[in-house]
Write a protein that binds this ligand. Structure first.
Ligand code: ZN
Ligand code: ZN
Length: 107
């Protein structure tokens, strides 16, 4: 996979609200956008207080409500696998970047 592809893939696993990897991702079934359970609930709660009973998806601004949220178990598993593989990737890169042998010989 090239670097650009990796970035796009990475963005799939990030929540638009906190910009971090999903924590307990939920899917808004009306528009198919994913957010952390906590982020979207906080967002919907926040909107509810300000604008009487209409809530919108932060990404597409389509109306949604907490009952439209369903836990996205598939995404949870995909995220687990993705994090595992990127950790693996980092480890491999670190090994490649280990200091050259002559450094260890110096006193
Ligand atoms: Zn989030
Ligand atoms: Zn949406």
């Amino acid at each position: 996979m090239d670097e650009n592809g990796a970035k796009i893939l990475d963005s799939w696993f990030r929540c638009q609200i906190c910009q971090d990897y999903f924590t307990a991702p939920v899917l808004i079934k009306t528009c198919n956008h994913n957010f952390c359970s906590e982020c979207i609930r906080r967002h919907l709660g926040y909107q509810k207080q300000r604008i009487s009973f209409t809530s919108q998806c932060p990404t597409c601004e389509r109306d949604c409500c907490p009952t439209d949220l369903i836990p996205n178990h598939i995404l949870t598993h995909m995220l687990d696998a993705y994090r595992q593989s990127s950790l693996e990737h980092c480890r491999q890169q670190q090994q490649q970047r280990s200091p050259p042998a002559q450094l260890w010989g110096r006193r």
